[in-house]
Ligand binder design. Sequence first.
Ligand code: ADP
Ligand code: MG
Length: 385
Amino acid sequence: MRYNPFNPQNPPRGDYFVGRIDELRQFEQYLLQTIHGSPMNMSITGNRGMGKTSLLAKMEEIAKKEKCLVFRMSNYESLVNNISELTNYLILGLKNEFYADSSVSKKIMQLGEWATTLKPVVSYKEASLSFEEKRLVAQTILRNNFLGFWKKIEEEYPAIVILIDEAESLERIEGALSFLREVFQRLSHEAKYVIVLSGKLNFPERMSESFSPLNRFFPASPLTAFTEEETFSYIEKTLKSVNVVTDNDVKKKVFEKSEGHPYVLVKICSIIFNELEDTENKITAKHLEKARIRLMVDLEKEFFKPMFHPVSPKAKEITFQLLKIGKRKFVFTEAVKATGMERQKIAPYIQELVRKGCLNKPERATYEFFHHLFVDFLKKQASEI
Ligand SMILES: Nc1ncnc2c1ncn2[C@@H]1O[C@H](COP(=O)(O)OP(=O)(O)O)[C@@H](O)[C@H]1O
Ligand SMILES: [Mg+2]
């Protein structure tokens, strides 16, 4: 056994991180704006495995270096089902971060009193209120709490950064995102909060909403796959940390196979690395070859199946028919022809496939299977039916 530096389950160690230059520059700019009293927010969109969580982790690192108070929120889906739960969760989360920050822990004793006055619970007869009323009450409570929180800590921190991962689960709660927008927009003159949403978000993709208030308040950066250069740099840096080398041919093959898709890339590297004998310190074409079967088995099990499984039966059927087009990228009329369905009938299923990440929509009326290995997986599934 030897330590494998490639870990597809977790964000990369700081020194293995590559790319995302534009997104990080924008984040740093917005952080600076916020610190100077003109808060700005953003959102990160991207399919599964594209590096959203990793980018948020990097933002967290940057914001902490700037001495900001940071709350990175994830795995909250089952805990947050409505706006008042969201309110509570955010306030409690920030308080926890504040308590956990050792640089202020001594001062908490002096501040103890105000902390207990932050009542996160929405303490009124909720049942008697309409949706709109609840929303307004929650909004006022959240705003007052956030304002109060900021006023207490503004001497200690230049800004507060809230990083919300898997934000598509908030998108599913009616009004939750516009609620956040309203709260933080009203606070922007009095408190220094930066909000970053990250997830497989739908709102930035709907054309009708490209100038919507949500889009303007959380301008979206869509994540794309790594370039060849970034892929090479990732492989080199990571191997170097364990004194293993490889050649350009191998790196090129890994890039072609992975297409620079972060999760697929890390997974491939991890499997190839496992093919190294304890005494070896160079990865060659031989290791690549040995890793092939395992790679498809693992990707199927861990990535493609869980992604395709939740697709509706009819959309699955259509997916298999789309394979008949014989191209990874196709236009809508080709889909109509391949399925023999009417335009209006097939459109919602194509949309479902885009929403679930099986298809990308690189331009208007043009679709593309998200990865060439996913096409191989589908072909295999189709032949098994
Ligand atoms: N910028 C990056 N540099 C290096 N590795 C990355 C980067 N972004 C993602 N990865 C790796 O890719 C994999 C998937 O990334 P993750 O952030 O979990 O994607 P997502 O949250 O979009 O599903 C992880 O193993 C992570 O280590
Ligand atoms: Mg993630």
